[in-house]
Design a binder for this molecule. Structure first.
Ligand SMILES: Nc1nc2c(ncn2[C@@H]2O[C@H](COP(=O)(O)OP(=O)(O)OP(=O)(O)O)[C@@H](O)[C@H]2O)c(=O)[nH]1
Ligand SMILES: [Mg+2]
Length: 391
């Protein structure tokens, strides 16, 4: 009803007012045109593109409105790398940033060795392509498996992931919350499997089993250049079977396929997982082109060449084809699970607190005198420590 009113009003206005002739520059400069005259110009432009089509309402323009809004806001995407020490996690982070994703934004730096990672470290790059801005953050983690006893070695990683959910939750429940909550939640976790060529180790099974419940996991075979093509194919197949046998649901999870088309595309990806990747931050000249690669006595392995390894497939999945879906699943499944559990825990805690403490009585209007200690709307999480363990 309202929409029809606007449409018919605009038709009347454009009929009664004389045509205005302005340049695109004038349209964009606010001081020369009032809001009303700019609206009129837009309506005139609309009239021109749909001359004679009186049935056109303009619902399709919502896409353009959404595109503009998204372009203004930009995107945030957070990837974490996890795996045993020395499997090439830090190298792959550099590969990602130096490869086509952001080659423009990286300064060529002299050759340097990557030191062993000793703490969880986030590295962010602001990337822009065709006017679309994206803040890509990669969270590098120290490798595990160095200790004699690797029991609970997943705890620091799980804590980091849960901490980010907690930060987001506290922002959400704040009374004066930000218009747009900064998103530091881990959207995707790349899990590095050692290239043994045999089967998954119990530690990898346990790690992925736990992680898959709180975050999207994309497993990769690290240092795939150390396997022959036959070994690689056999290993990939064995890993897929073992993941299935152990009930480890990696990304893209079958249960979240939205329709038949989705299922078809995702089935292809599921057949390729785990991606056999090779990482490098060194550039070489091959056939007159500069490429990222690993130079050996027998030739150069090009990391972005799909005939050599599957790094490009991994990058395309993360950035080009599934980024929004990965973020959606993080928000609607993983974060939601965390949020529901936290709020339930706070309710239980609150009820127990009420029954223990006669001083905390419900007011006559049904409101409570005190806020539960776990989730106070000022963003203080008193119980955070106790809750940020594994799920
Ligand atoms: N052959 C081969 N070597 C690689 C590859 N990626 C990295 N390396 C080498 O493996 C060594 C360890 O690489 P890092 O990137 O430091 O490994 P990491 O997983 O970050 O290790 P931590 O920080 O200890 O957890 C370095 O000498 C790299 O040059 C690869 O794809 N193939
Ligand atoms: Mg490292």
């Amino acid at each position: 009803m309202c929409l029809w009113l606007v449409v018919s009003m605009s038709a009347n206005l454009t009929q009664t007012l004389p045509p205005v002739s302005v340049t695109a520059q004038e349209m964009l400069s606010p001081p020369t045109l009032t809001g009303v005259s700019r609206l009129l110009l837009l309506l005139q432009a609309r009239e021109k593109t749909h001359v004679g089509d009186s049935s056109y309402v303009g619902i399709d323009a919502i896409l353009e409105q959404m595109r503009r809004k998204a372009m203004k806001q930009g995107f945030e995407f957070n990837i974490m790398v996890v795996g045993q020490s020395g499997l090439g996690k830090s190298t792959l982070v550099n590969t990602l940033f130096k490869s086509k994703v952001s080659r423009k934004s990286v300064q060529p730096n002299p050759e340097e060795r990557i030191p062993k990672t000793i703490e969880i470290k986030s590295i962010s790059h602001d990337i822009e392509e065709k006017g679309v801005r994206m803040k890509l953050t990669v969270i590098d983690t120290p490798g595990f498996g160095d200790q004699i006893n690797n029991e609970n070695c997943w705890q620091p990683i799980m804590k980091f992931i849960n901490d980010q959910y907690e930060v987001y939750l506290q922002e959400e429940i704040n009374i004066n919350r930000k218009k747009r909550i900064p998103d530091s939640r881990v959207h995707c976790c790349i899990y590095f499997i050692p290239p043994t060529g045999h089967c998954l180790r119990p530690l990898d099974v346990e790690f992925m089993r736990r992680l898959s419940k709180v975050v999207n996991i994309v497993p990769v075979i690290a240092k795939a250049d150390t396997l022959t093509l036959e070994e690689r194919d056999y290993f990939k197949q064995t890993i897929r079977e073992e993941l299935r046998a152990n009930g480890i649901d990696v990304y893209p999870q079958k249960e979240f396929d939205e329709d038949a088309e989705d299922r078809m595309i995702n089935d292809k990806i599921r057949e390729m997982i785990p991606f056999a990747v090779v990482g490098s931050d060194q550039e070489y000249q091959v056939n007159g082109k500069r490429i990222l690669g690993r130079k050996t006595k027998w030739g150069t392995i090009e990391v972005e060449n799909i005939a050599h390894c599957e790094f490009a497939y991994l990058r395309d999945l993360l950035i080009r084809t599934h980024m929004q879906n990965i973020k959606d699943i993080t928000g609607s499944i993983h974060y939601e699970t965390y949020r529901v559990r936290r709020l339930n825990e706070s309710n239980i805690h609150f009820s127990a607190h009420l029954s223990d403490d006669p001083a905390v009585e419900p007011k006559a209007n049904g409101q409570l005198e005190e806020q539960p200690s776990a989730l106070q709307p000022n963003g203080v999480a008193a119980q955070h420590e106790a809750l940020s363990h594994e799920m």
